[in-house]
Design a protein around this ligand. Structure first.
Ligand code: SF4
Ligand code: SF4
Ligand code: SF4
Length: 364
């Protein structure tokens, strides 16, 4: 078996195949980054994502769209920016000032910024319409959608913090623009001098410090922000998931306790109960990849609305299904009992699949 390089780079931009959810499950069809890229730098080749590095213009507009943080750029780290946002004097997020394209953030980052800084972030959208990256309007739509999710969430939680949009260009625009350009060029020069093998120090250091376990860092940051600031969210239970969270339910009648969903869940949001007779779900680890829904042969697992923020922030699991084990009267093996004749699925299937053999034997 040949080895495979899972990291693809342009000069500053990086795609990590090991973090891409397409590589967790053959049938996953995520292509959020493909859809948003203004230069068509991503292609799906034999079902896998490939970066055509010569096409990438390193605009960072795709980074926030990736649910699993498979995309990064050396010149700007949205997670580092998010966690230091509380120290920023100016709460304006602007690609002309201190951030890269706002497409590098999503609602997880915005909510974390609002909660940890005790101030409402302001998003500079005054340049989107004329931006050369925004030719098909997809980047602007994505940014507005993530801001809207954040607004809806904070409002529904009765939070005193929100997020706002600046639609008009400020008067001192040119001076700030020149400042940002100078700063960005400096970063670019510094990065070019780095050893190719050296990764983004601030991200890796930060990940180590936060006890990174495989969950995207923006999730870990959001969980911590909610835990530390739960008093700023007076309402913690909701019957919608805001397009940010994902709840699950499993039908007792349809689940065969096969464990496929547990085995394929990339973030251990689904786990067998300690007695192996049930399935627990941790909403704080679910990245809404949809793999469990797709892999379940009996369609027993579904995504539902609603979120309990305490469960999310404190990793409180809920038991989705639990079975009593009984002995199958055909094969004498224990199996999860769901009512009716005490016969396991394997023996029941066997009876159906080989019914013609039994008929022939009986007729002889
Ligand atoms: S958005 Fe992320 S997970 Fe989805 S295909 Fe792109 S790199 Fe993979
Ligand atoms: S929900 Fe589906 S995939 Fe998961 S254990 Fe039950 S039958 Fe298997
Ligand atoms: S539980 Fe969530 S993270 Fe796990 S496979 Fe299902 S959708 Fe993906």
């Amino acid at each position: 078996m040949g080895s495979m390089t899972f990291v693809q780079n342009s000069e500053l931009f990086s795609y990590s195949g090991t973090n891409c959810v397409r590589n967790d499950y053959y049938h996953n069809e995520c292509q959020l980054c493909v859809d948003i890229c203004p230069e068509r730098a991503f292609h799906i080749v034999r079902s896998k994502l490939t970066l055509f590095s010569s096409e990438c213009i390193e605009c960072a507009a795709c980074i926030g769209s990736c649910p699993t943080e498979a995309l990064s750029i050396k010149s700007f780290d949205p997670n580092a920016y998010t966690t230091s946002f509380k120290e920023e004097d100016d709460k304006l997020l602007s690609c002309k000032k201190t951030t890269s394209c706002l497409g590098s953030f999503d609602s997880h980052h915005y909510i974390t910024m609002a909660l940890t800084s005790n101030e409402s972030p302001i998003c500079d959208m005054a340049h989107c319409k004329e931006c050369s990256l925004n030719t098909n309007g997809k980047i602007e739509s994505f940014i507005r959608e993530e801001i809207k999710k954040t607004m809806d969430f904070l409002t529904a939680c009765d939070s005193e913090y929100s997020i706002s949009i600046q639609e008009e260009k400020p008067e001192d625009e040119n001076a700030k623009r020149a400042l940002f350009k100078a700063a960005f060029t400096k970063v670019k020069e510094a990065v070019q001098e780095e050893d190719e093998q050296e990764s983004i120090g601030i991200t890796l250091e930060y990940q180590k410090a936060s006890g990174f376990t495989g969950l995207p860092l923006k999730f870990l940051n959001l969980k911590k922000a909610i835990r530390d600031n739960i008093s700023k969210l007076p309402k913690t239970t909701h019957d919608t998931n805001f397009g940010i969270f994902a709840n699950k339910e499993i039908s007792f009648k349809d689940c065969t306790n096969c464990g496929d969903c547990v085995n394929f869940c990339p973030t251990e949001a689904l786990l067998k109960t300690t007695d192996k007779q049930g399935i627990n779900f941790n909403v704080g680890n679910c990245i809404s990849c949809g793999i469990c829904n797709h892999i379940c042969k009996t369609d027993a697992i579904k995504t539902t609305g609603g979120i309990d923020l305490v469960n999310f922030a404190y990793d409180r699991g809920t038991e989705l299904v639990h079975y009593e084990m009984v002995m199958c009267h055909e094969c004498r093996c224990p199996y999860p009992y769901r009512g009716g004749d005490p016969i396991c699925d394997r023996c029941a299937d066997f009876r159906v699949d080989f019914s013609h053999v039994f008929t022939l034997a009986k007729d002889m």
